[in-house]
Design a protein around this ligand. Structure first.
Ligand code: ES4
Ligand code: ZN
Length: 335
């Protein structure tokens, strides 16, 4: 097995990280107090109880029910900034050099918080991460698939200025995968593309949903990568296509175990993806909920795939840089 030092030193990129998913229990309670938010009565009342509950998610929906309560304590621009800044500081110590990070504006706008406030808080943290830590980053705005696509469309309209100005670099699709297939969001993606043809597109697919959700995300939403995508291995033709078109899967090992997509990391079909030449990156998804940040995910995979040598890890790292949405100059710096 390669050493932990080797993994730590690798120039790592993260492509699948929900900023709201970095809210640690020890920040959740103080923020709730600071902002006068009353948590639901059935919600755990202490950091310890909450951490215990986080270790027992049944599935994606069980996790999301906690995640949206957590989100509700974020109110002020400073809260969003502090949250993202804490994340960047943590992963800087883990060898992260570039991050493309998700946020869910609808989780906040539905509570009356303007999209500009949320975005500005996150954006200033991204700028600070570049200045003070040398970490480059991009913001990806996700639409919530459990909400009415018409509301998604309104969110795209409300974000027009942010999408045109470069504040937001890409569009994604998250929350409960089934029964909300990608075809519901075709109009949202088309509208975003018409606002700014330079935007990048991705979507969660093939985590709990079938391989068909992956191919339909490619065909109908015209995404250039896929978040999770592990169920793609059930469709050989799709695997060949992902390899041919260099569609990167943003795989989240600890998340897949915590949400019971697999029972252990060794069951994630990473070897099959490697053998089929399908590019993937390793990511943390919602690290405060799933028990580990980017390097913890790398460590766990190395432990469960002990025969992978330096060359395999260098390939993973290279694919992860090449699949990033930063410009060629930055990619060259990272390679
Ligand atoms: C998520 Cl793991 C996962 N899947 C879908 N949506 C999400 N939002 C935050 N984490
Ligand atoms: Zn995710």
């Amino acid at each position: 097995m390669v050493s932990q030092d080797f993994l730590k030193e690798l120039p790592k990129c993260e492509h699948h990280l929900h900023l709201e998913g970095t809210l640690e229990p020890d920040l959740l309670f103080p923020l709730a107090r600071r902002n006068g938010i009353t948590l639901p009565t059935e919600f755990p009342q202490t950091v310890g109880e909450l951490e215990t509950r986080y270790g027992q998610f049944k599935d994606l929906q069980d996790f999301l029910d906690y995640y949206y309560v957590g989100t509700s304590v974020l109110i002020k621009e400073q809260d969003f900034h502090d949250l993202a800044w804490a994340y960047f500081q943590k992963v800087h110590a883990q060898g992260l050099v570039h991050a493309e990070v998700f946020y869910d504006p609808q989780s906040h706008t539905t509570r009356g918080i303007p999209i500009e406030v949320v975005t500005r808080g996150f954006e200033t943290a991204c700028q600070r991460a570049e200045q003070e830590l040398g970490i480059t980053s991009k913001l990806i705005m996700c639409l919530l698939r459990h909400m009415d696509p018409q509301e998604g469309l309104q969110t795209i309209e409300d974000a027009s200025r942010l999408l045109s100005s470069g504040s937001v670099h890409g569009i994604g699709l998250d929350s409960a995968e089934r029964p909300f297939p990608p075809e519901l969001f075709v109009e949202c993606y088309e509208r975003a593309r018409s606002i700014n043809p330079e935007l990048q597109f991705t979507a969660h697919a093939g985590e709990e949903g079938p391989a068909k959700y992956v191919s339909n995300s490619l065909d109908l939403l015209q995404v250039s990568r896929i978040d999770h995508g592990v169920n793609s291995v059930h469709d050989e033709e799709l695997l060949q296509r992902l390899a041919q078109e260099k569609i990167m899967l943003t795989v989240c090992p600890l998340s897949n175990v915590k949400l019971q997509v697999v029972s252990r990391v060794s069951q994630i079909p990473l070897q099959k993806l490697l053998d089929a030449n399908v590019p993937f990156s390793l990511n943390s998804d919602d690290p405060a909920y799933f028990g580990g940040y980017i390097l913890d995910n790398y460590y766990k995979v190395a432990e469960e795939f002990p025969h992978w040598n330096h060359e395999v890890w260098s390939t993973i790292c290279r694919n992860s840089i090449e699949g990033s949405w930063c410009d060629a100059k930055r990619k060259n710096e990272l390679l």
